[in-house]
Design a protein around this ligand. Structure first.
Ligand code: ZN
Ligand code: ZN
Ligand code: ZN
Length: 557
């Protein structure tokens, strides 16, 4: 059925399958099904709303309100939120239940929840079971990692996003099992790879796109099990080594080479959709997925709809950045979260509704900052019987006001819109944000004034010529980009790999990398070879040769 989005007015479709799935995921409280109503926002506006609750890249110095220790936090100090260090947060010296409020039937959940979440202490930054990885967020089981988001099971990873089981790598996005890599996107199982896009099982490769299996490749596109090749042509080992060396030490040669790779890219067909090891899916950048509809950048998903950037999720609808989750509806930032709806940041929880910042809890409604809690409403403890009686009456009330079935509104996010992930995908001006009743952050950290500066263009081309004291300088990019400093472990990695020192701020490097992604839209067009109708993220205006799966496989194998 055709609907119009309440926020952006664009048309969107809710299918019978969507509705059946929604019914399956509708919460059950005390044996009663709390049927979720049809969505009122289009998939993009739903995604934008979830994204406004996530800050991936802005870290601040803040203070634990209990022990007064300095901490790294994703919340800026000007917000005045009660922040706790890890030790205080996990200690038994406090409980979120002491902040409990009585449900007030004359007010909306939004107003009551917004008031509650301002008072309850919260963890400064979400990372668990990690060592020397203070500057990692939404992350777990990492060692010696720095400035990363959504990374699990890694060691020595810097300035990267959405990385699993990798080591000694920098500036990567959506990669798994990588070692000694830099600037890679949508790649897996690579060793010593730099600037790889959709590459798998490569060793000693640079500037490659869509290559599988192989080693010693420079600027190759669409190759399978090849070795010693440059721009898809075989070369001698000596030619390979000298070209590789020039790529590492001569920036103008590197720029020219990149242009040649871009030209080659247009001669090699692309598949209409990037689905790797996946079956019966609709969406793009799907890895090892089964029965996923409208999915983008998902790994190991099964039976899901409207899903974005997640890892190992099953039976979920409308989720973003969730990991190891099951049976979720409209949730974000969940890990090991099950049978829940309309939640943000819940780890190891189940049967949660409208909860945020909760851990190891179950059967809670409208709660914030709880640990090991059960049968709570607005952080107030109830018996099982009371909980099962009251929650359905609250939901019925929320139905009449149109609150039930909607995720938390952006207006009550803990972040300025410009700090949130929504800004990356749905950029808005400060005026547009404020006009919507959302927040904007003007907070700026003061940088130390006595640090020496150096123009990026004055940096040596060859890493061998970069002195140790580069670490004491602030580097100013040529294009007026954000100034930045190198960290010692980063410099050591560049030296180990022979890589040139970067000329851009890490955040701008990551942004340049993620900008290589295709848009999250599916266009109808025909295969450039057999004219079969295909669905693709390559719009008609794109210059690539876009093939159906059959024609593509015929070409590359
Ligand atoms: Zn919309
Ligand atoms: Zn503390
Ligand atoms: Zn075809």
């Amino acid at each position: 059925m055709e609907k119009h989005c309440k926020a952006c007015t664009s048309a969107f479709t809710v299918t019978m399958e969507d509705l059946a799935f929604q019914k399956k995921l509708s919460p059950v409280v005390g044996g009663k099904e709390m049927t979720i109503p049809e969505p009122t926002l289009c998939p993009d506006c739903r995604q934008q709303r979830r994204m406004s609750f996530r800050n991936d890249h802005h870290y601040y110095k803040n203070t634990c309100v209990f022990c007064k220790k300095n901490v790294i936090s994703i919340y800026s100090p000007d917000k005045g939120l009660p922040i706790l260090c890890h030790e205080c947060f996990w200690s038994d010296q406090w409980s979120g239940l002491t902040y409990g409020q009585e449900w007030d039937a004359s007010r909306t959940l939004k107003d009551q929840f917004a008031a509650l979440k301002k008072t309850v202490p919260r963890l400064c930054i979400f990372n668990t079971q990690s060592e020397n990885s203070d500057y990692t967020v939404h992350s777990s089981r990492n060692k010696n990692c720095y400035m990363c988001s959504s990374i699990i099971g890694n060691e020595n990873i810097y300035f990267s996003d959405f990385i699993f089981d990798s080591s000694d790598s920098i500036d990567c996005f959506s990669c798994e099992n990588m070692e000694l890599c830099s600037g890679c996107i949508y790649s897996e199982d690579c060793y010593n790879g730099d600037w790889l896009n959709l590459c798998f099982n490569l060793t000693d490769a640079m500037f490659c796109i869509d290559c599988k299996g192989g080693n010693r490749l420079l600027g190759c596109v669409g190759k399978r099990n090849a070795s010693d090749q440059i721009l898809n042509e075989s070369v001698t080992p000596e030619e390979f080594d000298s070209t590789r060396n020039r790529l590492l030490t001569d920036s103008s040669f590197r720029q020219e080479f990149k242009k040649k790779v871009d030209a080659l890219r247009l001669t090699v067909p692309v598949p209409h959709i990037w689905q790797i090891g996946s079956e019966n899916c609709r969406g793009n950048y799907l890895f090892h997925c089964k029965n996923v509809q409208h999915g983008f950048n998902a790994k190991y998903f099964e039976d899901c709809r409207y899903v974005y950037e997640g890892h190992k999720d099953t039976d979920c609808c409308d989720i973003m950045r969730c990991g190891s989750c099951e049976m979720l509806y409209d949730c974000t930032n969940g890990i090991d979260l099950k049978l829940s709806a309309f939640c943000n940041l819940a780890y190891q929880c189940d049967n949660m509704l409208y909860c945020d910042n909760c851990h190891s809890s179950s059967s809670c409604f409208g709660c914030f900052g709880l640990k090991k809690a059960k049968y709570c409403i607005l952080n107030k403890q109830y018996t099982k019987e009371e909980y099962e009686r009251i929650v359905p009456t609250i939901i019925e009330q929320m139905r009449t006001t149109g609150e039930y079935g909607e995720f938390f509104p952006t207006s009550i996010s803990s972040f300025g819109y410009n700090e949130s992930k929504a800004m990356e995908w749905y950029p808005l001006s400060k005026e547009e944000v404020l006009a919507r009743g959302w927040q904007w952050s003007d907070y700026e950290q003061t940088l130390p004034q006595d640090i020496k500066g150096i123009d990026a263009k004055r940096l040596p081309e060859n890493i061998a010529d970069v002195p140790d004291d580069i670490l004491t300088y602030v580097i100013t990019p040529e294009n007026g980009g954000k100034p930045f400093r190198l960290i010692p472990q980063e410099l050591a990695l560049y030296r180990k790999k022979g890589l040139p020192v970067p000329r851009l701020h890490p955040h701008d490097r990551l942004l340049a990398l993620t900008n290589q992604q295709n848009p999250r839209a599916l266009y109808a067009r025909t295969c450039d070879k057999c004219q079969k109708t295909i669905e693709t993220t390559y719009s008609l205006e794109r210059p690539e040769k876009v093939y159906c799966e059959h024609c593509y496989l015929e070409t590359v194998y």
